[in-house]
Design a binder for this molecule. Structure first.
Ligand code: ZN
Ligand code: ZN
Length: 669
């Protein structure tokens, strides 16, 4: 509450009021109605200030209607401090004025403020009405204050507003947001039939609640029982299936819809993208445009995100062209999505261009850009960008430091990396997370400073977890320090039970220290507990079509030609001194681990396909969902030399630019 009071004081800036008396044009509007329509029509806060002066001259601020409209317009123009100052000055704090302020605060995401003024309103004995509660409930929900929500429910009963349909919908919606499904359903069941028949929104909100809590059967039951459905009802259930990972059911429902709107399409596109079906997301996006439906911001962002995930550069460029040609306003979220797409599709220059043209950049924008440069190994640019970002007045957050540390780690800048890491806590008061610690170990480990890495782990103020020991283990293995690897593996094994998903890693640990019985034991354990590894998968875009490959893939139309080409590459590589690195079969952490699959890893298949289906000299771009293994890395280098092509490969960790037999990562990844 103290914080709230301080907040309320900081909002009150008398300067805003006293500095209003400036160069007002000579208005002759005197009547209340006239002023109200003027306030209503104002589009900038400067216009509002001019009207403010007139109101003071005509002494119209005693009018409740004028004050209410003024506060509403201030909030609409995002001048919430101004609205607050007006409210403070107004003597008669009645229901209308209070409602206008609470609504304004809520719509400007100042939820704590809204709740604070609701309390003030009650203390002033102003009786809230059906227009007050929806905004207070929304504020409580936004802050996830379930207890306050319950109290508000009680207050609604006390003030006799429980049968107002708008209040009721808001109440149900609040329970949905604080995830109290029992209360949602109870309220729904207790709702009189007259309201149920009238309010489709009540049904939609309740269905959304069931979907959110994963009760799709109940959601379907409510949907079937609706006296009348609107597009929103369909969209809600489709979204429910999508967020619960059932895209088949979502698609079926979508196909049954007679009238689809942009939200229906966007829900499908976003759903496919979130469930890893990026190609399907993009094909839905094209279909949507073909059917003449105009996308909204979210559609564009979802489609761009799908492009980014699978490296569909051509599709991404087409979307960018579409945005430019159709006069779409590049909002911050679209700008961010474009920068992300170009960076992840390997076009870091294009990402920089979009970034420079963006008028508004927030911390997220900078993080995406810095991260993009970091995974491309552009260390200097990351550090310069970091300084630029600070000069705009933004304070770095922990995500920005992940990018910085990654950049330092990828380029072996140990000293700089440690300096940044220390500055986090001492200069910016940011507590490092496990991810930051893991990056520092990576940084020291890559440079072969294993003892320091070990000391660092032991001096961590929090207990090192599986990821931390894992990073140290990788470093030991890379530098073939078996003694320390054994020590670290002991630590890893102690943590085994807590991380069932790390079986593959563990079997590698055992293999490294030669405990083959344990390798077998973990393998059986893995089978029994049904742990499935994320299958390695590579994507390549040819003529705007994205092709995907898994290890040993035979499903592709041109499978025969692909394997012929692959054999050609391999025999060429053998002449260059290639020996299969069977080490990777066992040791590579996340990869396809079967021995016979080494020669057929998905990225090798994508490479072969790229070579036979693109023009000589064209750059080949591949995206792999896991880390590239050493064997494939070697083959890529050979292939870039033999074919005289640039190969750009993005793996889980970074970009590799292969040119004339070398890689931009300097074999360091
Ligand atoms: Zn491989
Ligand atoms: Zn590389």
């Amino acid at each position: 509450m103290k914080a709230l009071l301080a907040l309320s004081k900081s909002w009150f800036r008398p300067k805003t009021i006293t500095s209003i008396f400036f160069h007002s044009k000579s208005f002759s509007y005197r009547s209340e109605t006239c002023i109200i329509s003027l306030i209503h029509a104002s589009r900038t806060s400067r216009q509002l200030r001019e009207i403010h002066a007139q109101i003071l001259i005509s002494n119209l601020f005693s009018s409740s209607r004028v004050t209410t409209q003024f506060i509403s317009s201030c909030s609409l123009l995002k001048s919430i401090n101004y609205a607050f100052a007006i409210f403070e000055q107004y003597q008669d704090k009645n229901l209308f004025v209070c409602n206008a302020l609470i609504r304004g605060l809520c719509e400007n995401d100042e939820f704590e403020g809204a709740i604070y003024f609701f309390g003030l309103m009650l203390r002033l004995n102003v009786r809230p009405d059906q227009l007050t509660f929806p905004f207070i409930l929304k504020s409580a929900a936004a802050l996830l204050l379930a207890k306050l929500g319950d109290c508000l429910h009680g207050a609604i009963l006390k003030f006799g507003l429980e049968f107002d349909s708008f209040v009721r919908v808001s109440l149900v919606d609040m329970y949905v947001k604080v995830e109290k499904l029992g209360s949602v359903l109870k309220l729904f069941d207790e709702t009189p039939q007259t309201i149920k028949r009238r309010s489709i929104l009540l049904w939609n909100v309740s269905i959304n609640g069931c979907c959110k809590m994963g009760d799709l059967d109940k959601a379907g039951e409510l949907f079937e029982g609706m006296p009348e459905k609107n597009v929103g009802s369909w969209n809600t259930l489709i979204n429910g299936f999508a967020r619960n990972g059932d895209m088949n059911a979502a698609r079926e429902l979508f196909n049954q819809m007679k009238e689809k709107n942009v939200v229906s399409w966007t829900t499908m596109i976003k759903g496919f993208s979130q469930n890893g079906e990026h190609r399907e997301a993009l094909s839905f996006f094209s279909r949507m445009l073909e059917e003449g439906v105009s996308p909204n911001d979210l559609t564009i962002v979802s489609a761009l995100s799908a492009c980014a995930k699978i490296g569909a550069l051509e599709a991404g460029i087409q979307i960018h062209n579409y945005i430019s040609n159709s006069g779409f306003f590049i909002t911050k979220s679209i700008g961010n999505a474009l920068v992300d797409m170009y960076a992840k599709c390997g076009k870091i220059e294009a990402a920089s261009e979009v970034f420079s043209n963006m008028k508004q950049k927030d911390l997220l924008t900078w993080s995406i850009m810095l991260w993009g440069r970091a995974i491309h190994g552009h260390h200097g640019q990351v550090l310069r960008g970091f300084e630029q970002m600070k000069s705009t007045g933004l304070r770095p957050d922990s995500v920005v430091f992940l990018a910085i540390l990654t950049a330092c780690s990828h380029t072996g800048q140990v000293h700089a990396g440690l300096r940044f890491f220390n500055s986090m806590r001492y200069e910016y008061a940011i507590e490092p997370t496990m991810k930051h610690y893991a990056l520092v170990i990576d940084l020291l480990g890559r440079a072969g400073r294993l003892d320091e890495a070990m000391e660092f782990v032991q001096s961590m103020p929090v207990a090192p977890d599986f990821v931390i020991w894992g990073a140290l283990f990788c470093a030991c293995r890379a530098h073939k320090n078996i003694k320390m690897a054994e020590l670290v593996s002991d630590k890893l094994l102690q943590l085994e039970s807590k991380h069932p998903g790390s079986y593959v890693f563990l079997s590698n640990v055992y293999a490294t220290v030669g405990r083959w019985d344990d390798v077998e034991r973990v393998r059986i354990l893995m089978q029994r507990s049904g742990v499935e590894k994320d299958p390695g998968c590579s994507y390549i875009e040819v003529d705007g079509q994205v092709h995907s490959f898994v290890a040993g893939d035979q499903d592709h139309k041109q499978a025969k030609d692909i394997y012929v080409k692959l054999e050609e590459i391999m025999s060429g590589a053998r002449k260059e001194g290639y020996v299969p690195e069977t080490d990777w079969v066992l040791h590579n952490i996340e990869e396809e681990e079967k021995e016979e699959s080494l020669g057929r890893h998905s990225e090798k298949l994508a490479l072969a396909f790229g070579l036979i289906s693109t023009a000589p000299g064209a750059t080949i771009r591949i995206v792999k969902n896991l880390r590239i293994c050493g064997d494939c890395h070697f083959i890529m280098k050979c292939a870039s030399k033999m074919s005289q092509r640039e190969i750009v490969l993005r793996d889980l960790k970074r970009f590799h630019h292969f040119r004339n037999g070398t890689c931009s990562c300097g074999d360091f990844w």
